[in-house]
Design a protein around this ligand. Structure first.
Ligand SMILES: [Zn+2]
Length: 515
């Protein structure tokens, strides 16, 4: 034990254990030394002279509180946090045109900092202690990325950071776009032709950025983020597989988010039986370090491959609804034994970084994916939002459980909130009753980052002013980008109609297609 490290004693809270009584977790104390949990159990306060040899530096009275492992937002993008509320529920392929950074002019560093901080603050205040950021940076400039990383360090949230990239243009792998979009537009939208040289160059750029910017920060780790299998050439995937193996980096990607992304697999990946999972596997990217976001349109045979490989799937049920992408087969996923995490995805497609919403949707949407399975239960949902997500982002041995030796990432909920009165089941009331209102104290890596529901690390008023200052310019750009998308609407709608009409053996909507 480090005798000089800061210590926190949390007394009298109900401490949640996935393997214990999840309805009425027993009252226990938690001793934090430095960045980790040193001890958990009843009566630690009395044993402190033996355990620590001195009083704790800080004592948090957690009576009337439920102490949860900090929530893990296992799929998120910081690049559009300022776009929340900008769009109605629109199809994913149209929404991407409005949301993706390459469609916008380069952003100022003031905006990069403000948007990253805002996302971190929103997460922390919702009890999220770890976020997996698949950030799209246009361009991938080391100085710009450093601004983002500095904002994460300032906010104090744990971040598994990754740079989202691909070497095949989106228009080339979106069904019917190249045929239907006007040539003047398609030229700019489908111009990227992948090649081995390009793939190696891009992978080398990622290798250099990681070597330069991963400085061993205690709350910021790195991963790789090939945008989606169809957006990546075989050469690029192989290069990323090598980089992942060399540096032990987790790999994050989107897969089968929408009907369109599934149809393109059948249209263009026949060599792999139309399966993007087999495509990844064939290039060394299906293993325990692999984390697949969405998987709405996954086939059962592919689930078996994922389970055998020990890869994870991160479900994003709220974002999938808002992008009209359908409902993932929740029950089948739970029954498959695949490790599952939950994510909140972009702020412009789920519009909230709130895992309470995600947990409730995950548990509730099983109603339209299976009538026989009784899972996922609330306990499953809370596991996915903590330990499952931690494993999915490569932190399963450190985060997601309240145990000695684990990092001190904790979320304390005030159980005098109506959501917990009366307390009938902690797990069920966290998942079905709570909305984020009761988040009182949040601790990350042994540091109190939220107290009384407000961040202690960020001046939230000053941040609001910083955001106001950048919004005038951003609003004008949003308007221009949306205007461009609107002009393409007849072509986009025709592409959607053809995507709908094309036969596909998987169905992920409630009711019949086009009902
Ligand atoms: Zn995403």
């Amino acid at each position: 034990m480090n005798g000089s490290a800061d210590t926190i004693l949390i007394t009298g809270g109900r401490v949640y254990d996935h393997d214990g009584d999840t309805d009425h977790p027993p009252v226990a104390d938690i001793l934090i030394v430095g960045d980790h949990i040193e001890a958990v159990g009843p009566g630690l306060a009395e044993r402190l002279p033996v355990l620590l040899g001195r009083p704790a530096d800080n004592v948090i009275d957690a009576r009337n509180h439920l102490v949860l492992p900090g929530l893990v937002n296992a799929h998120y993008h910081s690049h559009d946090t300022l776009l929340k509320g900008c769009f109605e529920a629109i199809p994913r392929e149209t929404w991407l045109l409005n949301a993706l950074p390459p469609n916008y002019p380069r952003r100022s560093r003031a905006e990069l900092r403000a948007r990253t901080l805002l996302g971190a603050v929103e997460c922390l205040r919702a009890g999220i202690t770890t976020v997996q950021d698949m950030a799209t940076m246009a361009p991938m400039d080391a100085g710009d990325i450093d601004v983002v990383l500095a904002a994460y360090a300032e906010a104090g949230i744990r971040c598994v950071f990754s740079l989202q990239t691909g070497d095949v243009h989106g228009a080339a792998v979106t069904p019917f776009w190249e045929a239907l979009l006007p040539k003047s537009v398609a030229g700019g939208m489908s111009g990227v032709v992948s090649s081995a040289v390009l793939a190696e160059g891009l992978a080398e750029q990622l290798r250099e950025l990681h070597a330069q910017l991963d400085t061993g920060h205690e709350t910021i780790t790195w991963g790789l983020a090939p945008s989606s299998p169809e957006r990546c050439s075989p050469a690029f995937l192989r290069a990323l597989a090598r980089l992942s193996a060399e540096a032990g980096l987790p790999v994050f990607t989107h897969i089968y988010e929408s009907r369109a992304t599934t149809l393109i697999a059948r249209q263009k990946f026949g060599h792999w039986d139309g399966s993007l999972v087999r495509y990844l596997d064939d290039h060394g990217l299906l293993g325990p370090r692999t984390c697949l976001a969405h998987g709405v349109w996954m086939q059962p045979s592919e689930m078996r491959l994922i389970a055998e490989a020990g890869a994870s799937v991160v479900l994003n049920p709220v974002g999938n609804l808002k992008t009209r992408s359908g409902v993932a087969p929740m029950s089948r996923y739970v029954d498959s034994g695949i490790n599952l995490g939950l994510g909140c995805d972009n702020n412009s497609c789920s519009d909230a970084q709130n895992l309470f919403q995600a947990m409730k949707a995950f548990a509730g949407l099983a109603a339209v994916s299976s009538v026989v399975s009784h899972r996922p239960t609330a306990r499953d949902a809370l596991f996915a939002a903590t330990a499952g997500g931690a494993q999915a982002v490569g932190l399963g041995d450190r985060v997601g459980r309240i145990r000695p030796g684990f990092k001190a990432d904790l979320t304390l909920l005030d159980t005098t909130d109506p959501a917990f009165v009366p307390l009938n089941s902690a797990a069920r009331q966290v998942v079905f009753s709570e909305c984020g209102r009761s988040v009182d104290v949040v601790i990350v890596n042994g540091r109190v980052v939220v107290r009384g529901g407000r961040t202690t690390t960020v001046d939230e008023t000053a941040l609001r002013h910083e955001i106001e200052a950048v919004m005038a310019g951003l609003r004008a750009d949003i308007s221009a980008v949306c205007g461009r998308t609107e002009a393409l609407r007849p072509h986009l709608e025709e592409a959607h109609r053809r995507t709908w009409d094309a036969p596909l053996e998987v169905h992920r909507y409630v009711g019949v297609p086009n009902d």
